[in-house]
Design a protein around this ligand. Structure first.
Ligand SMILES: [Zn+2]
Ligand SMILES: [Zn+2]
Length: 78
């Protein structure tokens, strides 16, 4: 992923930190892994699905924990 030998340690650390922040702010749908998550499943509360996948028949169960999905809420990440 990174070529550590070619980089100064503090440069590498800075890159890792910024990548970590990006990952936390925005994660991809667990089902298609292409679109950003924007639907939270209830009652488990997992925010793991994009809008398209949340209407798929396979979304009767949470993609993360397999709990039965009773409701879905649209979430906005700002
Ligand atoms: Zn998806
Ligand atoms: Zn879940």
């Amino acid at each position: 992923m990174f070529i550590f030998l070619a980089k100064r340690a503090d440069e590498v650390r800075e890159k890792l930190l910024s990548e970590n922040r990006a990952l936390k702010a925005q994660s991809k749908c667990l089902r298609c892994r292409r679109h950003d998550v924007c639907i939270a499943f209830l009652p488990c509360g997992h925010l793991v699905s994009c809008e398209g996948c949340s209407t798929d028949p396979s979304a009767r169960k949470c993609f993360s924990c397999d709990a039965a999905v009773k409701a879905r809420i649209k979430a906005f990440i700002s």
